[in-house]
Write a new protein. Structure first.
Length: 195
């Protein structure tokens, strides 16, 4: 079980490295006053959820479909390991990678609060701490990741998986937008981008 988990973590190391480069690049861009003024207001409420959705779909989309396409899945299935355990290890490794990504992207919104000029970002930071926001967002993108992994088991190409899950993500966002008038509390509108 442990060697299979390490194999999956090695397969995802490029995703983790790419996410680290992405977060580091954003941190460098946030050092620029002009970029921070024009971009900071949209990061927490709009851009971060989109980045997390794309990352969750991309992360899970290639885990099984890519191995099926390159025929390395046949090698795994020939081993004396149940197929369910293979999928479970892929799921566990992807969950760990997604948790790191959520923590890094949410943390980026909380770096350097003293330089923040945007009042909406300041309000989100004051009302919701880093830990609560990360714990609120992680299950949403974890479910998106799990659905994408299921589609990855069913489809044979990464592009098909990404197309299916993009349609599902858009449908879920439209459903959340349609449910706004039914919200029993008024603050739901402020949380719509995180739903």
């Amino acid at each position: 079980m442990r060697p299979l988990l390490w194999k999956e973590m090695r397969d995802l190391r490029l995703w983790v490295a790419a996410c680290a480069v992405l977060v580091g690049g954003f941190e460098l861009l946030f050092q620029s006053e002009q970029f921070r003024r024009s971009f900071e207001g949209g990061y927490l409420p709009l851009f971060m959820p989109v980045l997390l959705a794309v990352a969750a779909i991309g992360l899970a989309g290639g885990q099984i479909a890519r191995e099926r396409h390159t025929r390395s899945l046949e090698y795994l299935l020939a081993r004396p390991v149940p197929p369910g355990l293979i999928v479970w290890m892929k799921f566990l490794a992807g969950t760990l990678a997604l948790a790191l990504l959520v923590a890094a992207l949410v943390g980026l919104g909380y770096f350097h609060p003293e330089r923040s000029q945007d009042t909406a970002v300041r309000a989100i930071r004051e009302q919701v701490g880093f830990q609560r926001l990360a714990l609120t967002l992680f299950p949403r993108y974890w479910c998106l990741y799990a659905l994408t992994l299921l589609c990855s088991v069913l489809a044979d190409r990464t592009a098909k998986v990404a197309a299916m899950m993009t349609a599902v993500a858009i449908a879920l966002a439209a459903l959340a937008g349609a449910l706004v008038p039914l919200a029993p509390f008024s603050a739901f509108v402020y949380w719509l981008p995180f739903v």
